[in-house]
Design a binder for this molecule. Sequence first.
Ligand code: S3P
Length: 177
Amino acid sequence: MTGNIVLIGFMGVGKGRTARMLARKSGMFGVDCDDLIESFSNKRVKKIFSKMGEPWFRELERQVAVWLEQKVSDTIISTGGGFFNVPNIKKIGTVVYLHSDFDVIIEALSSHPNAKKKLKKRPLLKDLGSARQLYEKRLPLYRKTASVEVQVGGRSIEEVADEIIALTGIRFFNSNY
Ligand code: S3P
């Protein structure tokens, strides 16, 4: 299957919001990998981490990745921050890395009106010291995995979406835009 755009990047960088903006502008449908995992397992991500452990969650990510590669085309796919590690990531579609500095991400999350909820639902953000280490470890890997990198910090979601459209040559299905 082809024609998918796969958004990767650290927790809280705005993959979901960017995917929704891209879907609206392009007329393509969007799916979110964490939503797929939650509906498939009938459990919240937070619950999966606390009850079954992270390796179980990563296995579900791999299963979602196989399904996406085999069944999904012409779709905007937003992912969880660790999804880029699935072995077939590059076969799913054009991989776009959304970049922002760690401090900018945490500042944006903490000053959000729903900050408490946003931090609580992400088990790997519980300890900010470990989260920073995870960010530093992943940064070169995100860059290695993606074929396109877009800066997010200090820009509107619309600007980010327009740059992704320009860089990836997304076809427009929605003639109203
Ligand atoms: C994770 C990121 C989360 C979610 C899970 C693990 C990660 O998604 O998949 O908590 O490993 O970075 P978001 O990036 O949407 O927060």
